[in-house]
Design a protein around this ligand. Sequence first.
Ligand SMILES: Cc1cc2nc3c(=O)[nH]c(=O)nc-3n(C[C@H](O)[C@H](O)[C@H](O)COP(=O)(O)OP(=O)(O)OC[C@H]3O[C@@H](n4cnc5c(N)ncnc54)[C@H](O)[C@@H]3O)c2cc1C
Length: 405
Amino acid sequence: MADEIIIIIGAGHGAAQAVQSLRQKNFAGKIILIGDEPYIPYHRPPLSKKFLEGGMTIERLYIKPEKFYDNKNIERRLGCCVTMINAEPKYVVIEGKEKVPFDHLIIAVGSSLRKLDILGSDLRQVHYVQKISDILAIQKDFDAVKKIVVIGGGYIGLEIAAICRKMDKEVTLVHRGDRLLSRVVAPEMSEFYHKTHEEEGVKIILKTQVSKIEESQRTLKITTSEGDELSADMIIVGIGVTPATGLALEAGIFCDNGIYVNEFCETSAANIYAIGDCTNHPSPLYNKRLRLESVPNAQGQAKVAAAKIMGENNIYDEIPWFWSDQYDMKLQIAGISDGYDQIIMRGSQENRSFAVFYLKDNVLIAVDAVNSAGEFMAGKKLINARAVLDVKKLADKSTSMKEFL
Ligand SMILES: Cc1cc2nc3c(=O)[nH]c(=O)nc-3n(C[C@H](O)[C@H](O)[C@H](O)COP(=O)(O)OP(=O)(O)OC[C@H]3O[C@@H](n4cnc5c(N)ncnc54)[C@H](O)[C@@H]3O)c2cc1C
């Protein structure tokens, strides 16, 4: 394979792992990494956490240092957007003009932000949190900002609210659902996060959307769907993402809620793979297709795609997992809780150290663990083992998690 060319589109989490795995597996050909941001792959999670707070250099975000890519002989085309994929003959087009041929292509383009589409949503003080450039734009004005409205009560919105409170900003969070994190956790967890954020000083408004933003003398006037008015110096929006399927669709690659891949991360086009947030993949464990937005998913799929290119058939069957940091709480989530029929609480919400186990027909399908690494680690293994659990014992903190393993 020494004369073959692999192109990776997108220089994010999946791409960083793909590069590493391909060289580990002794791929001796050319690897070209094309990313539209001007940076080598970097850790995205700190953007809504530590990096937002300030004081952390961009270099500290890098997944691997620059010299790693030099040593591994990776050609980087950064600050360059791939504008077209041609599946046969095989080439990509950069910035609408330069054709670059490939033997294998890995699409690792992540997701596209959902944006507000209302009057005033294009004002300079309305921000999003997805890329380093977004945070640099926020930080330009951050010191002068006193009042912030965060739109969206999912993980990103809550993490932003937590950091803003830490920086002593006045924070109002507007969420259109009837509870926080409504898409992903049980009502008991939503209540816990609601209460905690209120204790930390965040004003939360549920069942409400922002319908209009106006600016007067650098202050934003925000009108809600309920007809109320809020004022702010800055708005930060976290209302979710959609898989970036545009390039794949135009190339005739099959997409349905993400780029459709099989268990080896192969798309419908020969020698074209897709990994990470942009994909929709089969999960043997849950016996359904999943679309995930998480670092471990992007890394796991990258390993599988690299292996397949090198002739190994490793099926992607990792348990989905994710984390979120808010205030002094590390939330770790394993599994998919959809369809649960029972939840078991273990630990103490008051001490901010507890876990929620989600069961279906007594089988553990997911766990949300707040400052409870032991419950998370054991839960992950038990989900994988499709374990049937004694729920009384599970709820009893004096029973060690090791007993269930
Ligand atoms: C603020 C924030 C906080 C997060 N926190 C967590 C967390 O705590 N835990 C967790 O597990 N996950 C978290 N995530 C999600 C996680 O970052 C993603 O799931 C992960 O980055 C997905 O990796 P990826 O390789 O699929 O895409 P990405 O890492 O998003 O990389 C895709 C790259 O491709 C580029 N690109 C897109 N189109 C093109 C094109 N046409 N040409 C060239 N380049 C292109 C994009 O600009 C981007 O740089 C967070 C995400 C964000 C935005």
